[in-house]
Structure formats: structure tokens, C-alpha cells
Write a protein that binds this ligand. Structure first.
Ligand SMILES: [Zn+2]
Length: 136
């Protein structure tokens, strides 16, 4: 399952796929509210498929550069310590956009995984289980 393929465009309050039907049946969504904010929201939504593609391309380039060199020297030089968190944020936003992110039932943090708890909460729970086993 995937989203409606891009590119999308803004047509006043409507977000539609480029080349899609003009009768509204293929509309992605409609936005409402203050005209200026509405326009900015519509522009942002219409750019979503392109933003997602750009995030994936940049993340892939950063991952490739990291694999080849072990680190991204040029980015570390320009923005010390930033590339790992930038890569993590890119992956997080891609996971959000593609519907893989979940919210941990214990701590409320976003994560990706097969369970309903993040790794940290699972580890904490495992630790509590071990303590309870040893106590009998
Ligand atoms: Zn958690």
C-alpha cells in the first residue's frame, strides 16, 4: 500500500495529483482556515511526495557515504556531530510518512518495530521480569 503517486499540486483549497481528474474524485484533500495559512498548508501538503522523495534520496546518499568512508568528513567539518542525528531524523520522518512509526504505549516515544513498546521500554520490562524471577 502506498500513497497516491506524486507530484501533487495545489488548486486553491484542493490538493490534487498532477494529471488527476478535475471533478474532485481524485483529490488528496481540501484545506480550510485563514487564507494565508490555508495556502501555506496546501503548498506544504502538495509538496509532500517530493519532500519524501528528497528525504529518501538524501538519506540514501548519507548512508552510502557513511558506509564507504565510515564517516562523513565533509559534513562533520561543516556541522560537527550533526550527520548522525540528521540521518536519524530523516529516517524517522520517512517512517512517519510511510506509516511505519508507532507510539510506545509506555513512554509515548515514536519507534518502529513489531511490538507495542519501544526497545528501551521492552528492555526495562525484561529487567523487571528478571528481578521478579530471581525473587521467586
Ligand atoms: Zn517506550
Amino acid at each position: 500500500m502506498s500513497h497516491t503517486p506524486g507530484p501533487w499540486k495545489r488548486n486553491y483549497r484542493r490538493i490534487t495529483p498532477v494529471g488527476g481528474p478535475s471533478d474532485g474524485t481524485g483529490d488528496i484533500c481540501h484545506v480550510y482556515g485563514d487564507e494565508t495559512i490555508e495556502t501555506m498548508n496546501a503548498n506544504l501538503i502538495a509538496a509532500s511526495p517530493d519532500l519524501l522523495r528528497a528525504c529518501k534520496d538524501v538519506l540514501a546518499a548519507l548512508e552510502k557515504a557513511t558506509q564507504e568512508t565510515g564517516e562523513i568528513l565533509w559534513l562533520d567539518h561543516v556541522l560537527p556531530g550533526v550527520h548522525e542525528s540528521a540521518m536519524e531524523r530523516l529516517q524517522n520522518v520517512i517512517d512517519d510518512a510511510e506509516g511505519r512509526s508507532k507510539t510506545c504505549l509506555d513512554c509515548g516515544e515514536k519507534f518502529v518495530g513489531p511490538t507495542e513498546l519501544c526497545d528501551a521500554c521492552l528492555d526495562e520490562r525484561d529487567g523487571i521480569d528478571e528481578i521478579e524471577k530471581t525473587r521467586g
